[in-house]
Design a protein around this ligand. Structure first.
Ligand code: TXA
Ligand code: MG
Length: 332
């Protein structure tokens, strides 16, 4: 066995014993637990500090394993899975009768995704070979905090409380998967991501339904989510410059994530990070950038509003939530 195989099988064994293992996916790092083990799920919710009525996503190694979790596979699910799995897409489907209420928030649906990171796939296959057909894996952060995109972020948050943290390098996508509910008559996006709603509608060759705020619970759908501790303000280019200058005049330190043009106009007293000008690179670096700026302990983090457009929708969504004044208590 290679070193890699040994790490994977040790992680799979730990998961089968009911322990928690953090692992990389292409979106963000997940905190994994056996999706069919009630005690492991209780441990997971306790570790994250997540309210027990917030459902989690079941991660599977490949499409064929979907049958273990759902009572039917609607045609739209087949189309989307064929085009996008493995990849940053989560499908909400009618759950099979044996699926634990504790992972669905008591709903009649279950969220499932097939991640594309090779370490995630290897781990999920090793679990499947041991009769564990899926791992629930919420983002490996405490509830309401910024999601981790490196193994170091996970270790900083959970320290020694996990059986293992698999290190797969920085995540390629950088924000959480797009969630599409295909359990009803009209598919609809519940959480935007880098796989755009336009792309989903094109693949299905139909318009999508409107997201209904009253329907299934999406914890990423809470306003107070993905938040740094430092207050974060979203501003246009002119607002960034003006607000930074005003804070500095008052003697405050300020951190700014903005385009090169805006940064060039700021005084030397600002802490700055350049924002990428294409959505893929912006998303890939977003959470690490927010962590870096948060750690500076400034009075405020100012973020220049990225451009409009469907390919930026997932990014706008996460920034809006980060700006909503969230702290751990606000997030529940
Ligand atoms: O990219 C991702 O999806 C990452 C990586 C680790 O795979 N995972 C992730 O998990 O973001 P988490 O637990 O942080 O977010 C799961 C989301 C929540 O917003 C939850 O409410 C929603 O999925 N969800 C789960 N089951 C659902 C259901 N039956 N109906 C509606 N939403 C559901
Ligand atoms: Mg999360």
């Amino acid at each position: 066995m290679t070193q890699h195989d040994l790490l994977i099988s040790a992680a799979a064994e730990a998961l089968c014993r009911g322990e928690l293992v953090a692992f990389p996916t292409e979106t963000v790092y997940g905190l994994g637990a056996n999706a069919a083990d009630e005690a492991a799920i209780a441990r997971l919710y306790a570790a994250k500090g997540r309210p027990t009525n917030h459902p989690v996503i079941v991660h599977i190694a490949r499409f064929e394993h979907l049958q273990h979790w759902v009572r039917e596979i609607p045609p739209a699910a087949r189309v989307l899975a064929a085009a996008c799995w493995p990849g940053p897409l989560t499908l909400v489907l009618p759950r099979a009768p044996h699926v634990l209420h504790s992972i669905t928030g008591g709903q009649d649906t279950v969220a499932v995704r097939c991640p594309s990171h090779p370490l995630a796939i290897a781990l999920l296959e090793a679990c499947a070979a041991r009769g564990v057909w899926g791992l629930v894996a919420p983002s490996a952060n405490r509830f309401g905090r910024i999601s981790p995109t490196t193994a170091a972020h996970v270790t900083a948050e959970f320290g020694a409380t996990l059986a293992q943290v698999l290190d797969g390098g920085p995540c390629a996508v950088g924000i959480e998967s797009t969630i599409v509910d295909v359990s009803g008559a009209t598919p609809r996006v519940l959480r935007p991501g880098m796989l755009s709603a336009d792309r989903i509608a094109n693949l299905l060759a139909m318009p999508l339904g409107a997201a209904d705020a009253a329907a299934p619970r999406v914890s990423g759908g809470l306003a107070a989510h993905y938040a740094p501790r430092t207050p974060l303000r979203l501003l246009d280019a002119a607002g960034c410059g003006a607000h930074a200058a005003a804070l500095i005049r008052l003697g405050h330190r300020v951190a700014v994530l903005a385009s090169a043009g805006v940064l060039a106009g700021l005084g030397k007293d600002c802490e700055t990070l350049p924002a990428a000008d294409v959505p893929a690179a912006y998303a890939q670096t977003l959470y690490a950038n927010l962590r870096t700026l948060d750690a500076l302990g400034c009075a405020e983090i100012l973020v220049e509003q990225p451009p409009p457009g469907p390919e930026w929708a997932g990014i706008h969504d996460r920034l809006k939530r980060a700006a909503s004044g969230a702290g751990p208590s606000d997030a529940g």
